[in-house]
Write a protein that binds this ligand. Structure first.
Ligand SMILES: [Zn+2]
Length: 364
């Protein structure tokens, strides 16, 4: 029996994509329709106004909805506004929260969603998962895939480097996540979807190959990173869970969010978690071989650079296996205080500190 997989009908990644909208099938979808545009207040609102100006003369009605954060209160409020006069399409514009909130509101109100990512800070730009805040804690929930994802590379080129680093951190985690998934499969804890695994692996491999190319420039890197993050999202849709892109490194990031105040961006925390995951997966040499990439990509190599103390990082590793019922490399070790201390000493040497600068944190 064949499996039904949800993927976006349209995927547009090019320079000047907003301006070229009238030449696409997406334009036909909005023609004569009621459209709700969801974004934050700052620079993403300006992008939203540009999108609206391109479609304004052709839609029946357009309204702007403001998404200040990804809390349940904001989602409920936006859903109420949407249901008052239900649009035919929701357009989500932003770097993270506005995209997640658009997906949740679209799923709950049964309205198709088009996403315009203005930054690539995680694989949420095209995934069946959204992160929302409930009772001050971040939680991932399942949502419908967007009907289209449109990335204007001219807008992404001004994406703050910190957000870009976070997106790449989230992408690199596919490697450790796939190792964990195989481990769970061999331990007879979980079925593995080979096709989803292949896709998630190819996503990260194609990015690494581009990076290894001597002539690669920032613009090409952004393009390939966007494509790879989208492929990761589709791998999750095929798997029916975040498994191909989320393993022990994500559990560590979730524990940092849940037990240590969530001080940094998702992808930054995941990048820190990848180093522990690779170490435990017996790939110490790979940790060392990853470090030059981290340096080249401007990724954090020490938890203190993200504002966490040793005690907090210790707690996050200890609590990580309890974050989800998901078998990973963390289940293969007895995480005693002494062993976690040993991990911290090995994975985060003093010389790994102060290579990363926390500047600019808004993902609107
Ligand atoms: Zn992630």
């Amino acid at each position: 029996m064949a499996k039904k997989v949800h993927i976006p009908i349209q995927l547009i990644i090019e320079h000047g994509a907003i301006q070229k909208l009238p030449e696409t099938q997406v334009f036909n979808w909005v023609e004569g329709k009621k459209v709700a545009l969801v974004s934050g207040r700052g620079s993403t609102r300006k992008v939203t106004e540009r999108i609206e100006s391109v479609i304004a003369d052709h839609v029946a009605e357009s309204k702007f909805l403001c998404c200040e954060n990804n809390t349940l209160d904001t989602i409920n409020e936006l859903e109420r506004e949407v249901l008052e006069d239900t649009p035919d399409i929701i357009i989500g514009v932003g770097g993270g929260k506005a995209l997640d909130v658009s997906k949740v509101v679209g799923t709950r109100s049964n309205v198709p969603v088009i996403l315009f990512p203005t930054a690539i800070s995680s694989d949420a730009i095209c995934s069946p998962v959204a992160v929302i805040k409930m009772l001050n804690k971040s939680t991932s929930i399942g949502v419908k895939m967007p009907q289209a994802v449109i990335i204007d590379l001219d807008i992404l080129s001004s994406c703050p480097p910190r957000l870009m680093s976070a997106g790449i951190g989230d992408l690199l985690s596919n490697k450790t996540a796939l190792f964990d998934w195989k481990l769970a499969h061999y331990a007879k804890k979980e079925e593995m979807n080979t096709f989803a695994g292949l896709m998630a692996n190819n996503a990260v491999e194609s990015f690494m190959n581009t990076l290894n190319h001597p002539d690669v420039d920032r613009s090409e890197m952004i393009k390939v990173a966007s494509e790879s993050l989208i492929m990761s999202g589709i791998a999750m849709s095929i798997a029916g869970s975040s498994r191909p892109c989320s393993g022990s490194e994500h559990l560590i990031s979730h524990a940092l969010d849940y037990h240590c105040g969530g001080k940094a961006l998702h992808g930054e925390q995941v990048a820190i978690g990848v180093l522990v995951a690779q170490y435990l997966q017996g790939q110490r040499s790979k940790v060392e071989s990853l470090l030059p990439y981290y340096e080249k990509l401007g990724l954090p190599t020490h938890y203190e650079d993200l504002g966490y103390t040793r005690e907090e990082m210790h707690r996050a590793i200890r609590m990580a296996p309890t974050m989800r019922d998901r078998y990973t490399i963390l289940n293969e070790f007895e995480l005693t205080d002494e062993f976690i201390d040993h991990i911290l000493d090995e994975v985060y040497p003093i010389e790994a500190k102060n290579r990363y600068r926390l500047i600019g944190s808004s993902v609107g």
